[in-house]
Design a binder for this molecule. Structure first.
Ligand SMILES: C[S@@+](CC[C@H](N)C(=O)[O-])C[C@H]1O[C@@H](n2cnc3c(N)ncnc32)[C@H](O)[C@@H]1O
Length: 401
C-alpha cells in the first residue's frame, strides 16, 4: 500500500526488531530504536544495517525535546512484572514502570498512533486495576484507545501465544477501527499447524529439513520408516542430553501410520500422546503433576529458555533457535546473521522468547495503513467537493448552518 505521505515510527524496547520488520512491511519508515540489551542491539544492527537511525540504550535517557517528530510509537514494554510466570509485582517493579516512560514520550511527542504489546496477564493483574490505569493514562493524554487479545496461531504461525495489543490514535479526527482483527476478518486468520514433510530421498532420518516457506517445524521421520516396520519401539529415556534423566517419554508406539509417544503428565490417565508435528513442553521433566504438555500440531508459547520440544527421528528434541525464530515469524536470514556475528544459542532462545510475533504486528500495522488510506481518500473527496455530505453534517453539528 502506498500512502501519499510515508508515516514514520519509533521502535521502543526494540529487541530484535519484530515491530521494525512488521511496520516496514506495512510501508512505514523507522526513525530510530531503543533497547538496553547488548546482544539484541548487536543483531538488530547487523541484520538491518541501519547506521543512520537514532539509537538509545535506555528509554529513561530519551530527551524528548531533542527527539524528532514521528507518526507511530511502537513498544512491547517489559512484561515480567505482569506475567503470570513472574512475581506479578506490576508497577511496583521498575520493569513495570517502563510503561510510564512510554506515556512520557507519548505525552511530549503526541505521535498520531501508538501500538503497544504485552502479555495476557496484564489484563487481570491486580484485579484489572493495572490495565484500567494504563487505559486511563493513555486516554488522558488524548488518545482514543482500542485493544484486543490476539493469538499468534491465527496469524500464520503454529504457536499458541496470546498477547494483548493496544492501539491508540491521537485526537478527535481519528476514527479508524483497528480491532477486531478476527471476527469480521476471521477467514483470513485460520489456524496453522506444524507441518510434516515426507522423507526426502537421500536424507537420513536424523537430518533436519526445514520448509523454505518457513513457518513450521519440519520432521523427516514418518510412520513408513522403521516404526512402520516393527509396530512398536520402546525407549525409556529421550536421547536429548538435557532430558537424559527424565522419564517424560515412556514409549513409542505406532498407531496406524502414526508414531506416538506417551508423554507423562498429571492427569488420571497419566500421559498424553504426542505424534509428529506436536509441540511438547519440556519444562520440569520430573513433575508428575503438570498437565497439558502436548500441543496438537502447535507449539505452546515460547519463553526465553525455550522449553519447547518436538518429535524427531523417534526421539524428543528441543526446538532449534531457527525453529523458534520461525515460530515468531522472523526470516531465516536473521538466524544466519546471528550465527555470523557469533551469538550463542542461549541468546537466540532468549531473543525469540522475548519477541513479538512479526505476523501479528504486521496485521495490526496494515490496519493502521488502511485507516490512513481511507482518511487520505476522505480528505481528497472533501477537497474535490466542498459541499459533500460529511462536510455538511459537520456544519450542522457545529450549529453553523
Ligand atoms: C518484551 S521485550 C521486546 C522485544 C521486541 N518487541 C522484539 O520484537 O524483539 C522487552 C525489551 O525491553 C528491553 N528493555 C528493558 N528495559 C529497558 C530500558 N530501560 N530501556 C530500553 N530497553 C529496555 C529489554 O532488553 C527487551 O529487549
Amino acid at each position: 500500500m502506498v500512502l501519499n505521505k510515508q508515516l514514520t515510527f519509533l521502535d521502543l524496547f526494540s529487541g530484535i526488531g519484530g515491530f521494525k520488520i512488521a511496520l516496514e512491511r506495512a510501508g512505514f519508515k523507522s526513525i530510530g530504536f531503543c533497547d538496553n540489551d547488548e546482544y539484541a542491539n548487536k543483531l538488530y544492527r547487523a541484520y538491518f544495517k541501519n547506521d543512520k537511525e537514532l539509537f538509545y540504550d535506555d528509554i529513561r535517557k530519551i530527551n524528548t525535546s531533542e527527539l524528532p517528530d514521528f507518526d507511530i510509537l511502537c513498544a512491547g514494554f517489559p512484561c515480567q512484572s505482569f506475567s503470570i510466570a513472574g512475581k506479578r509485582r506490576g508497577f511496583e517493579d521498575t520493569r513495570g514502570t517502563m510503561f510510564f516512560e512510554v506515556a512520557r514520550i507519548l505525552k511530549d511527542k503526541r505521535p498520531k498512533y501508538f501500538i503497544l504489546e504485552n502479555v495476557k496477564g496484564l489484563l487481570n493483574h491486580d484485579g484489572g486495576k493495572t490495565f484500567q490505569t494504563i487505559l486511563k493514562v493513555l486516554s488522558d493524554i488524548g488518545y482514543s484507545v482500542q485493544w484486543q487479545l490476539l493469538n499468534s496461531k491465527f496469524f500464520g504461525v503454529p504457536q499458541n501465544r496470546e498477547r494483548v495489543y493496544i492501539v491508540g490514535c491521537y485526537g478527535k479526527e481519528c476514527t479508524g477501527k483497528i480491532f477486531p482483527l478476527s471476527g469480521s476478518n476471521s477467514e483470513n486468520y485460520s489456524e496453522v499447524r506444524i507441518k510434516q514433510i515426507p522423507p526426502t530421498i537421500g536424507n537420513s532420518q536424523g537430518n533436519r529439513v526445514y520448509f523454505t516457506d518457513g513457518l513450521s517445524t519440519c520432521l523427516t521421520s514418518n510412520g513408513g520408516g522403521q516404526g512402520g516396520k516393527t509396530g512398536l519401539y520402546f525407549i525409556n529415556k529421550p536421547r536429548f542430553d538435557k532430558y537424559k534423566q527424565s522419564d517424560i517419554v515412556e514409549t513409542l508406539k505406532v498407531a496406524g501410520d502414526t508414531p506416538l509417544m506417551k508423554v507423562r503428565n498429571g492427569t488420571k490417565k497419566g500421559f498424553d500422546e504426542a505424534c509428529i508435528g506436536d509441540g511438547i513442553n519440556l519444562a520440569y521433566p520430573q513433575s508428575r503433576t503438570r498437565r497439558g504438555r502436548v500441543g496438537k500440531g502447535c507449539s505452546q508459547t515460547l519463553d526465553t529458555n525455550c522449553n519447547m520440544g518436538t518429535i524427531d527421528d523417534y526421539r524428543i528434541r528441543r526446538l532449534t533457535p531457527l525453529e523458534c525464530f520461525r515460530l515468531q515469524g522472523f526470516p531465516d536470514e536473521m538466524v544466519k546473521v546471528a550465527r555470523d556475528i557469533g551469538l550463542a544459542d542461549c541468546r537466540l532462545y532468549k531473543m525469540a522468547g522475548n519477541a513479538i510475533t512479526v505476523n501479528v504486528a504486521e496485521a495490526v500495522a496494515r490496519k493502521i495503513a488502511d485507516c490512513e488510506q481511507s482518511a487520505e481518500g476522505l480528505e481528497k473527496s472533501k477537497t474535490a467537493d466542498p459541499f459533500n455530505a460529511s462536510n455538511q453534517a459537520a456544519e450542522v453539528e457545529n450549529g453553523s448552518t
